[in-house]
Design a binder for this molecule. Structure first.
Ligand SMILES: [Zn+2]
Length: 224
């Protein structure tokens, strides 16, 4: 019914989609470089980046490497700048199955999925929050609710460019705000883990007793 709005083609390679495929075809999903972090959520580069600064983190799972040759890189750009978040959602659904089948995330204990919010101004500009699309991709296979109105991000204050690193961190920390009680444990979702500054600022705004499992679709490789 929607095929006239979203043509039934892989958004990445253009081949016609088969029944059951949505956004990206299976061949493109298989081309995503898997990290296998779901097999060791407390022993991976994502965990090492985030956990030292975030005592409420119980595990970190980033699905695929966000590297130069990875299709994920293009998919994130399409979601952020071209109004096409569908491929990211496909990648998230694929990741959801990988985690459910061979991962060590205790899904039966999770109380919901909490996407990292974006500011109202950015939401107006972009039309959607790509972390919400990722949350949707995880929510159906896992049977977990998305906590839509529990967390918000206030407009970014004055230009970040004039600020020192510490000042930027301080203002980032104040950006995030819980607007409702957050159940525990929960899955916190973002698109790509880079330095972890945004996720850390966001996690610090959650009540201390909330146990968080972080899931991102991508992770950058550390420069060596
Ligand atoms: Zn494809």
């Amino acid at each position: 019914m929607w095929s006239w709005v979203f043509p039934r083609q892989c958004g990445s390679c253009g081949t016609p989609l088969l029944a059951g495929e949505e956004g990206a075809c299976i061949a493109c999903l298989l081309r995503l470089p898997q990290t296998l972090f779901w097999r060791r959520p407390q022993q991976n580069d994502g965990y090492y980046r985030l956990a030292p600064l975030n005592p409420n983190i119980r595990g970190v799972i980033c699905g695929f490497w966000y590297t130069a040759g990875s299709p994920l890189r293009i998919w994130v750009q399409l979601a952020k700048y071209s109004g096409r978040p569908h491929l990211l959602r496909s990648a998230a659904t694929y990741l959801a199955y990988l985690i459910a089948e061979e991962g060590l995330l205790p899904l039966d204990r999770m109380q919901g999925i909490l996407p990292i919010p974006i500011s109202a101004a950015r939401l107006r500009r972009r039309g959607y929050n790509q972390a919400e699309w990722i949350a949707q991709g995880l929510s159906t296979p896992w049977g977990l609710p998305i906590l839509h109105r529990h967390w918000k991000r206030q407009g970014a204050s004055a230009s970040q460019l004039q600020k020192t690193r510490i000042q930027r961190w301080e203002s980032l920390k104040e950006d995030f705000l819980c607007t409702q009680a957050i159940p525990s444990p929960i899955v916190v979702v973002d698109d790509v883990l880079t330095t972890g500054a945004t996720l850390t600022a966001a996690l610090h705004s959650l009540p201390v007793q909330v146990e968080a499992w972080v899931v991102t679709v991508g992770i950058t490789q550390r420069r060596r």
